[in-house]
Design a protein around this ligand. Structure first.
Ligand code: MG
Length: 253
């Protein structure tokens, strides 16, 4: 069921979004060679709890034999999404994708960003630029009256025209009282297809981009998704509010 939010619900969504944005801003200040992903995870949890919110990913999904054990997903280089934070030390030249969700008074915010660690290669720099650009190309299409396929196609076109590929198995999604609600918003598709977007819908758009082939696999830890060919990957995500005209980005300070 797609849920159009009331004004008071939207205020909670805005608050959840700002908390997530604050986490990513603080992590961005901390990312550097020598830092572990576990340190960044601890920082994220501290910020979220200080704002009277809860980490949305920890223990997700409920009832799973392998619930996600941390506050952030920390995915390095060929790790596309769902990397588990731990003792890994970031190295000069790495790229680190951080995905974070927070629950404020029952409402969810969800966003991701890929950070350069020190000086990075030209290919890595371009991959980050294209993935972030694809997110904004998708957001530009996410307006009332358009369809999810318009958003998906804009993301896919932006990425493929620049020589990279979009993941097939993981998608953007509606968000609100649960982290993943209808509709799904894939990173590939056809204009004019899919669900009609309506003013008041809240959606997480999240291009996941691979420098090489789009195929991925999941590691034995049950979570970490890596590129099958071992090449670099990146991930940018915002939670947005669909309106008539330009969407409001909820996960931005
Ligand atoms: Mg998401």
């Amino acid at each position: 069921m797609i849920h159009i939010k009331s004004a008071s619900e939207l205020e909670k969504m805005r608050r959840a979004g700002r908390i997530v944005a604050e986490v990513l801003a603080r992590i961005g200040e901390r990312v550097a060679p020598g830092v572990t992903t576990a340190e960044l995870d601890a920082l994220a949890e501290e910020v979220i709890r200080r704002r009277d919110a809860l980490p949305a990913f920890k223990g997700y999904p409920p009832g799973s034999p392998h619930p996600f054990p941390a506050t952030i997903c920390a995915s390095v280089n060929e790790e596309l999404v769902h990397g588990i934070p731990g003792p890994r030390v970031l190295q000069e030249g790495d790229i680190l994708s951080v995905d974070v969700g927070a629950i404020y008074e029952g409402y969810y915010g969800d966003a991701a960003m890929t950070f350069p660690v020190g000086e990075i290669s030209e290919e890595a720099r371009r991959l980050l630029e294209v993935t972030e650009g694809a997110l904004y190309a998708g957001i530009a299409q996410a307006r009332a009256g358009n369809r999810t396929g318009d958003v998906s196609a804009a993301i896919q076109r932006y990425v493929e025209q620049r020589g990279f590929n979009v993941v097939r198995e993981y998608t953007g999604h509606g968000i609100g009282r649960r982290m993943h609600e209808d509709p799904q918003v894939p990173n590939f598709g056809q204009p004019g297809h899919g669900v009609v977007l309506r003013s008041g819908m809240t959606v997480a758009l999240e291009p996941m981009v691979l420098a090489g082939d789009y195929r991925v696999r999941v590691l034995d830890d049950h979570w970490t998704v890596v590129s099958a060919d071992g090449r670099l990957t990146a991930h940018f995500e915002h939670t947005i509010l669909v309106r008539d005209g330009e969407a409001e980005i909820l996960t931005r300070l």
